[in-house]
Design a protein around this ligand. Sequence first.
Ligand SMILES: NC(=O)c1ccc[n+]([C@@H]2O[C@H](COP(=O)([O-])OP(=O)(O)OC[C@H]3O[C@@H](n4cnc5c(N)ncnc54)[C@H](OP(=O)(O)O)[C@@H]3O)[C@@H](O)[C@H]2O)c1
Length: 327
Amino acid sequence: MKAVVYDRYGPPEVLRIEEVARPVPRDDEVVVRVRAATVNRFDCHTREANRSNGLVISGVSRLVSGIRRPRQPILGTEFAGEVVAAGPKVTRFGAGDRVFGNTALRFGCHAEFTCVPEAALVAPVPAGVGFAEAAAATDGALNALWCLRLAGPVNGRRVLVYGASGAIGTAAVQVAKHFGAQVTAVCGPAGVAVVQAIGADRVIDYTKEDFTSDRDRYFSVFDAVGKESFAHCRGVIEPGGTYLATDGPRNLLLGLWTAHFGDQKVMFKLPPRYTQQDVVLIKELMEAGTYRPVIDRVYPIEDVAEAARYVETQQKIGNVVLAVSDG
Ligand SMILES: NC(=O)c1ccc[n+]([C@@H]2O[C@H](COP(=O)([O-])OP(=O)(O)OC[C@H]3O[C@@H](n4cnc5c(N)ncnc54)[C@H](OP(=O)(O)O)[C@@H]3O)[C@@H](O)[C@H]2O)c1
């Protein structure tokens, strides 16, 4: 099968297309013909062994992915496609089923075929949803669900999503609305129209207005892009409220500290625990029209390095999709 492989950590140029053996499913796994995948920040961070995040994080990244070289030569965590075969213990999926999901640390989606345990992060693609959209559905939404649940019930509360135009941000706006929150979204000028279109109650363009000088207070400030800080935001967080982080070792320490001191909590828990029920919820939200993954660009698989370079600009609006095989 055709796959994007890499055998050393480095820039997008380490990625190449190669013919490799098709994966063989275990008894409890399905083989999915991948129609679409995404190139996301997790792929890019893993490919460069998190070098841009400092030596400590890079060391941890290598411990997880392979000390000298990557153990898994095929990146890609999000997929959508059709089941073409199933192991003998699989009961819920069969050949021809349209499925989508996330392989997380197993990666392997930048390839024509990937194997997924039936109990993993996989669910049927809802009717009327295309493979590109389904492929882009999980990364941001799983993270948004995880973070917003850490905040506690947000129904009727004000939630501010900072970095609302990113993969996590565009999902967080929609998930917070689904949870009944009143959502203020902060993004740059390029994202304003999209963020309005996905249902934010108020959009603040950070090049024109500083939300921290605003009169509004929030039950939760969700930094969906890892560019804010608790110190900068705490003035607009209500007593008993939370700062939800997606990145930054300092937030782990602040999480420990604020669990015992002060009346505002920093919530950042690793590793996130995602379940198949979450993917089923994402499917139901797409079915109901409550959640539509935002797609910025679609690249053919041959242009994977270019796609990765674009993701690394940190300017994408929502998600970048990789068209893997025709269908
Ligand atoms: N997605 C993953 O797989 C993954 C994995 C691990 C960790 N994370 C962490 O999760 C966070 C978000 O990831 P993501 O994939 O959602 O990000 P992303 O999609 O790459 O975010 C891109 C968006 O962020 C906006 N942005 C960039 N700089 C900004 C700033 N200073 N202030 C406000 N907005 C800014 C950009 O719009 P403008 O240029 O218009 O501002 C762009 O729309 C990051 O902290 C990342 O490290 C993500």
